[in-house]
Design a binder for this molecule. Structure first.
Ligand code: GAL
Length: 664
């Protein structure tokens, strides 16, 4: 696959005469694909059954004539007003039990049969008309499923569907009572019809019920997307189908959602998301430092997740190319940021980077959002950076080789962890990012996979927060360790069974026989409350979460011991040989300790690593290394003689990227 650039555009937002000047300019900029149509339902069908195809016919023809390929979006994220008025029960119900009204977007309930039927109707009409057009190379279903908190609706339709889902899952109500532990607080049911939704309970709802509701809502969303995909495939043979996922979005199981797609895409808004995801411990300082670029690891982590879903190249369907409009603060990106983001995406496995959007919107909700063009059609800052990058893509390589290190991630653990965080500063993502960032600071390339996937090729397996662990997952990990992998398990892993209840034999559940330890006590720490651990001949401060460990196997070596109350003298970090590999359990949350522990494991596995200068990241794709400077100062790279530079030199400019091939 060639590495290419694309753009999102909205012919329905400007006059025909103005829009017809765009395709030639897009092509001249070096763009190859244009995504259109994903919100255009009211323009395509202004009244029930009355279709206006002329404008889209003309737009597709004009793009085709300019030599551009078209990605068509199905417009189901925006059901039009006439449809909502005819069928108000399409509207979703929020967590407070209120109907979410028409007037923005994503105002539909995945449980609405009417909406499934109407969606099938518009997707059939659209794909019948354009499915075989030579310019149309692929389809995007809907837009950002689940965005604006829309995966879960608390409507009566959702309740009915949930009851049916539970009945299919448990067969008998006794099975459900048992799995949910409903003896607690007298929550036992005699019949599935007695079950209510959990959104308006007096205090905490049953966490196993919440977990099942999340699974149900996820399954329903995926089935809806599959329905659209099947219609597209029937009418548009030979074209691919994808969906655009979001940064750190976790309200549905993306591994399952990706199964029916040809490849995945995601929408990358690095500065906007920094405001939401900077961990509380370092939050404000981090937000200031990376305000104009976003944080390298938050972005890279999402690239790695989306590459991992299907273990193949992905697209960035919407790439920020100026300021966004929706975050808490919306600074202009740094000079060079668009180039940095584009090359970072390619380095992590993107084959196509598609900018959002061509021209800034002059009306409505997003008029503070940049495009490649300003309101008047003059090139904006992002446009100039894209013009500089486009000719360089031919110098890069598309090959994608597996890495040696894999980090395990799954959505059910996230749901279970976050429903009972047991500490405001703890969260699934924060714990996972703690490990990911430490690996990236050491210059290590990381694959991200589900614990049930084939992990046999990895030398190092990092499992930061598998809160739910099944016996099958434990068996999968054990076989990798027996064959020689170094496994690192983070605290709070193996705490729960798939039902959501704890493993009665204590954490880490079925991982205990691998690690040779059991958790004795866990300790949730408020900000400022810390403990000390002596490990690897040093003393470390720990925060957020501590666990003390009981040793259950003679061959366990204690690497770290508490040196402060209340866990004084108890084991905190252990390691144990197993088969040809080893299992290390890290019971604490300590940035410095992790930065000592990981190199030990990487060295055991023979994985090269070296602490990088602050704000510098390395990523390898094919035989090329992409060195990225996410700081506002210059950085000199020390590289061996014979290094061949494809882009840049060994002097990294502020926010600069150099791409090079090391001597063999
Ligand atoms: C995305 C969305 C786009 C646009 C963009 C603005 O989440 O898919 O339609 O709203 O954000 O940044």
């Amino acid at each position: 696959m060639p590495l290419e650039l694309a753009v999102c555009d909205y012919p329905e937002h400007v006059s025909r005469a103005e829009w017809l000047t765009f395709p030639a300019r897009m092509k001249a900029l070096g763009l190859e694909y244009v995504r259109i149509g994903e919100f255009a339902w009211s323009k395509l069908e202004p009244r029930a059954g009355e279709f206006h195809w002329d404008w889209l016919d003309e737009a597709i023809e004009a793009l085709h004539a300019a030599g551009l390929k078209v990605v068509l979006g199905t417009p189901t994220a925006t059901p039009p007003a006439w449809l909502i008025r005819a069928h108000p029960d399409i509207l979703p119900v929020d967590v407070h039990g209120r109907v979410r009204e028409f007037g923005s977007r994503r105002h539909y309930d995945y449980s609405s049969d009417v909406y499934w039927r109407e969606s099938a109707r518009i997707v059939t009409a659209l794909t019948t008309r354009y499915g075989q057009h030579p310019a149309v190379v692929g389809w995007q279903t809907d837009n950002e499923h689940g965005c604006h908190d829309t995966t879960r609706s608390y409507s009566t339709q959702a309740l009915e569907k949930f009851r049916g889902w539970l009945e299919r899952k448990y067969s008998s109500i006794a099975g459900l009572n048992d799995a949910w532990g409903t003896a607690f607080w007298s929550q036992e049911y005699n019949d599935f019809s007695e079950i209510a939704l959990h959104n308006l309970t007096v205090t905490e709802p049953n966490p196993s019920q919440v977990l099942d509701f999340n699974r149900f809502a996820s399954d329903q969303l995926i089935a809806y997307d599959r329905m659209q995909t099947e219609i597209i495939r029937a009418h548009s043979p030979g074209r691919w189908v994808t969906h655009n996922f979001m940064i750190f979005f976790a309200d549905f199981d993306h591994y399952k959602a990706a199964e029916h797609l040809d490849f995945v895409t995601w929408d990358n808004y690095p500065t906007g998301m920094l405001e939401f995801f900077a961990p509380p411990s370092t939050g404000e300082a981090l937000k200031l430092e990376f305000a104009r670029t976003g944080h390298p690891d938050f972005v890279a982590f999402n690239h790695d997740i989306y590459r991992g879903l299907k273990q193949k190249p992905f697209w960035v369907m919407e790439q920020q190319c100026g300021q966004v409009n929706w975050s808490t603060y919306n600074p202009l990106p740094a000079n060079g940021a668009v180039k940095l983001w584009t090359l970072q995406a390619i380095a992590h496995g993107a084959d196509v980077v598609s900018y959002f959007r061509w021209q800034a919107a002059r009306e409505a909700q997003e008029l503070y959002h940049s495009g490649l063009l300003r309101f008047d059609g003059t090139p904006d800052r992002g446009h100039n950076e894209v013009a500089a990058i486009a000719p360089k893509l031919a110098l890069l390589e598309d090959a994608l080789l597996p890495n040696k290190v894999v980090l395990l991630h799954d959505y059910e653990s996230l749901w279970a962890y976050d429903v009972q965080k047991h500490g405001q500063n703890a969260s699934y993502w924060a714990q996972v990012m703690h490990y990911y960032t430490a690996l990236r600071e050491l210059g290590v390339d990381v694959d991200i996979k589900h614990p049930m996937s084939d992990l046999s090729a990895y030398s190092v397996i990092v499992a930061p927060a598998l809160n739910i662990v099944s016996t099958d997952e434990a068996a999968n990990l054990e076989s990798c360790v027996q064959r020689g992998a170094q496994l690192l398990i983070g605290c709070r892993s193996g705490f729960r069974q798939p039902t959501g209840a704890v493993w009665a034999a204590r954490a880490p559940g079925p991982l205990a026989v691998l690690a040779g330890v059991k958790v004795k006590n866990f300790d949730s720490l408020r900000p400022g409350l810390t403990s000390r651990v002596e490990a690897l001949d040093m003393s470390f401060e720990t925060h957020t979460w501590n666990e003390s460990l009981e040793i259950i196997s003679d061959d366990v070596q204690i690497l770290g011991t508490y040196f402060s109350d209340p866990l004084y003298d108890e084991a905190a970090v252990t390691t144990r040989p197993l088969g040809a590999g080893s299992v290390t359990y890290n019971g604490v949350w300590s940035d410095q300790l992790l930065r000592r522990l990981l190199p030990l494991m990487l060295s055991r596995a023979g994985v090269a690593h070296d602490l990088l200068p602050h704000g510098v990241r390395l990523t390898t794709r094919g035989t090329l290394t992409y060195a990225q400077n996410w700081t506002r100062g210059g950085v000199a790279l020390e590289l061996p003689a014979g290094t061949e530079f494809v882009i840049g030199t060994n002097l990294l400019e502020p926010y600069g990227v150099s791409v090079y091939r090391l001597p063999q």
